[in-house]
Design a binder for this molecule. Structure first.
Ligand SMILES: [Mg+2]
Length: 365
């Protein structure tokens, strides 16, 4: 007997969205942002959406979805996500447990959870037990570099209603300037994307003493240098955040076992989708580690993080909102924060569909 809700179609939608032209002449033109959405449709016509971390590797990720993962999914029961994900992870483990293939699988997994919610007629957060109607967001700024640009970015985010701002800067002097612009009541974070050696990180942390950072994110190279993170954390006086480059539950367990983090940042478009993300929360909770997912993107991966955080997050939960001046967003105006908070969608599944106009206009091939 055929499976009623067998996976019938797996489609990829590579998007390339440019930034709006900068006001004034101080900002160099920036390349557009690539992302990869995945749509899965069942034989009985239920469709779900997922997102893989894109950026420059989007073509590799797309190939992984279409050539590696889709053949393992077609004809399979869309309602048995866990067993299917385990089987595919086992089949593809030779290609690495993190990186492009796992990013691709994250999108497929999220799309299947979207389908599960839609088939049940309930939002994803209800499948996970239900949760808050909205969540606070922090504005995650692009790397801006020069102090006046960083000050302007912080000011714009505060004016838009955010009460928490994350910088992607390197210079302690710029971070101090951002603090003076933000005032004492704004929550301020710094992400340096693994820029430093342990010694450099220690020096930078010392240079930023008194800034009052909520966390210092990915301070040391390489990202899997958990012992380096732990050594820094033991003495630097600033809470440490990491995890956007870890994948699957086991890696997050290792990060915590190493004593490397105060804040864990699983990225649903990278680390295995909803199936893995929802497991990280309780494991972190019993270790008193906060989970604040990485979502420097605006598609189904962001929605997945919102639903899972609403259902499983703790009182200090915040959603990362990429505060970038992009020309368009995958959900248009349907998924945007207001006054620093974002609604948890109440429609079935992820609760929103990508804007067809945006898909049509920004499809990159
Ligand atoms: Mg980061």
């Amino acid at each position: 007997m055929p499976v009623v809700d067998a996976i019938a179609r797996v489609e990829t939608f590579p998007l390339r969205i440019p930034f709006r032209p900068a006001n004034g002449s101080s900002t160099a033109p920036r390349p557009p942002v690539d992302s990869l959405l995945v749509k899965i449709t069942t034989g009985d016509g239920v469709a779900g959406w997922g997102e893989a971390f894109g950026f420059e590797a989007a073509p590799m990720t797309r190939w992984s979805v279409e050539e590696l993962i889709a053949p393992l999914c077609l004809g399979r029961d869309a309602a048995r996500i866990g067993p299917l994900m385990r089987e595919i992870q086992q089949k593809l483990q030779v290609f690495g447990r993190g990186g492009t293939v796992m990013h691709a699988l994250s999108a497929v997994d999220t799309a299947l959870w979207d389908i599960a919610g839609r088939a049940a007629g309930v939002p994803l957060h209800r499948l996970l037990g239900g949760g808050a109607p909205d969540l606070p967001c922090y504005a995650s700024l692009d790397p801006l570099g020069a102090e006046p640009l960083v000050r302007a970015g912080v000011r714009a985010a505060l004016d838009a209603g955010f009460r928490a701002v994350k910088l992607h800067e390197r210079a302690p002097s710029v971070v101090r300037a951002a603090r003076s612009e933000a005032g004492d009541t704004t929550t301020l974070m710094l992400d340096v994307n693994c820029a430093w050696t342990l010694a450099q990180a220690r020096q930078a942390a010392a240079d930023m003493a008194g800034v009052g950072l909520r966390w210092l994110e990915e301070p040391v190279w390489p990202p899997e240098n958990f012992a380096g993170l732990a050594a820094l954390r033991a003495g630097c006086g600033i809470p440490i955040a990491a995890g956007e480059n870890a994948a699957t539950l086991l890696d997050f367990g290792r990060l915590m076992d190493a004593g490397a983090v105060d804040v864990l940042q699983p990225s649903p478009a990278k680390m295995g989708g909803v199936t893995e993300l929802r497991q990280v929360f309780p494991v972190a909770a019993v270790r008193n580690v906060a989970v604040l997912p990485h979502t420097f993107y605006h598609g189904p991966g962001l929605l997945a993080a919102i639903h899972v955080t609403a259902a499983l997050g703790t009182a200090d939960a915040m959603i990362e909102w990429r505060y970038s001046d992009l020309e368009a967003l995958p959900y248009g105006e349907a998924v945007v924060p207001a006054a620093g908070r974002i609604a948890v969608p109440n429609g079935p599944g992820l609760g929103a569909d990508p804007d067809p106009g945006v898909l049509g206009r920004y499809l990159s091939d």
